[in-house]
Design a protein around this ligand. Structure first.
Ligand code: PMP
Length: 427
């Protein structure tokens, strides 16, 4: 069966043929590749075509796909039963490991996705502070819970508008949406309604509007304002946790959030999320406190086994040195090639995450990302796909490198890009 045939078939029984919208290639056009298998840095579609994968399952596949040690851990766990609905030792070990690796997390609760992690962290922040309003930033994505599906309103304190049908205006009326990297606007919001603000939630390095780093002082300023006004600072490190560096972005910046959300890497490709932070706050969750949160499959033993083995592998000496070096070489190589082909292009990376932008300078906000040449990205994306390189199918997404991306794989990527930039230059 071809990708085209199965995509047609999929659309009969699955809305849009996919179980998560970006997979449908809507923004780049064309037919999504239906993946049959993956190994190391490679994925294969159902037509048997091999691709170098820079999607990495949107982040989790940091040690490479189907890593033999992770597979063995999963298989061993699976033979003992798939889910018990009762606590296990593995969950305790994973919690201890997370607390050890990320010092701001004194206690942690496991959930099954990033969406659950952020939704629960926000409920906890509201419960702990007794306040309702939250601040999020334009272009940051924190999963698909109602109060976070919000786009900016027309003025600073015109609260956001739902960015999805089905979300009542009232549900987002407590969500203030501000521009990323604009501390002045955050100060103004606190000056106006600081006593009502429960928390700021931020991707400390944004990876859902392509890659956008915080400018000097931005995260520090958020920390200071939260402390000053008694609001909580939530770092959503679902994407950046164990990806931007061994302790997430907080380890790189030495800023201590009150709460942190995690997912992706900590599940090693299986469904896991987590939220954690200050013990006094975490103890307000049921069964100890009044903030309710629960999950049938939370702390699933097979997922926990995959996560634990993944964290063990990336804790080995030199893991992040190699990962960062590979990612830096990738973006430098692509930038050099773009220059040779006179294509307007810039690129950035942190740890094992990267951004490529068809614009002159690295963007600092969602508005700037939107000014990039989306058409050029789409042409590049398809040219790379034809050459056997699978990038994230949107100009508004970051890319991911794994420990399995070797020099040889980089060389093949550059050979593909050398041709793809020709195609871009001609359009
Ligand atoms: N927060 C961030 C920063 C994310 O990148 C994502 C997913 N891309 C989420 C939350 C939601 O996670 P999930 O898709 O596992 O629900």
């Amino acid at each position: 069966m071809t990708n085209q045939e199965i995509f047609q078939r999929a659309q009969q029984t699955i809305p849009g043929g996919v179980n998560s919208p970006v997979r449908a290639f809507k923004s780049v056009g064309g037919t999504p590749r239906f993946i049959a298998k993956a190994n190391g840095a490679y994925i294969w579609d159902i037509e048997g075509k091999q691709y170098i994968d820079y999607l990495g399952s949107w982040g989790p596949a940091i040690v490479g796909h189907a890593h033999p040690e992770v597979l063995a851990a999963v298989q061993e766990a699976a033979t003992k039963g798939l889910s018990f609905g009762a606590p296990t030792e593995g969950e305790v070990i994973l919690a201890e490991k997370i607390c050890e690796l990320i010092p701001s997390i004194e206690q942690v609760r496991l959930v099954s996705s990033g969406t659950e992690a952020t939704m629960s962290a926000i409920r906890l922040a509201r419960g702990a502070t007794g306040r309702n309003k939250i601040i999020k930033f334009e272009g940051c994505y924190h999963g698909h819970s109602d109060s976070l599906l919000v786009k900016a309103g027309s003025g600073l304190l015109t609260f956001g508008n739902p960015s999805s049908a089905g979300v009542p205006q009232e549900f987002v009326s407590h969500t203030i949406v501000l521009p990323f990297n604009n501390l002045e606007e955050v100060k103004k919001a606190f000056a106006e309604v600081g006593q009502d603000i429960a928390c700021i939630i931020v991707e400390p390095v944004a990876g859902n509007m392509n890659l956008v780093k915080p400018q000097a002082g931005f995260l520090e300023g958020l920390r200071e304002l939260c402390t000053q006004y008694g609001a909580l600072l939530i770092f959503d490190e679902v994407m950046t946790g164990f990806r931007a560096g061994p302790k997430g972005v907080q380890g790189l910046t030495n800023i201590t959030p009150d709460l942190t959300t995690l997912a992706k890497v900590i599940g090693g490709g299986m469904p896991v999320g987590a939220f954690g932070g200050r013990q006094d706050i975490m103890q307000q969750i049921a069964p100890l406190g009044a903030v309710y949160q629960a999950g049938t499959l939370s702390g699933n033993p097979v997922s926990v086994a995959a996560g634990l083995k993944t964290l063990e592998i990336l804790s080995r000496p030199g893991f992040y040195d190699v990962l960062s070096k590979t990612t830096t070489e990738l973006v430098n190589g692509l930038s050099d090639l773009a220059r040779q082909h006179n294509v307007t292009f810039s690129a950035d990376s942190i740890g094992g995450m990267f951004g490529i932008y068809f614009r002159e300078n690295i963007p600092t906000s969602f508005a700037e990302v939107q000014q990039s040449n989306i058409q050029a990205f789409n042409v590049f994306f398809h040219a790379m796909l034809d050459e056997g390189v699978h990038l994230a199918p949107s100009a508004f997404e970051a890319g991911f490198v794994s420990a399995s991306h070797t020099e040889e794989i980089l060389a093949k990527t550059f050979a593909a890009a050398d041709k793809a930039f020709v195609t871009v230059a001609q359009t």
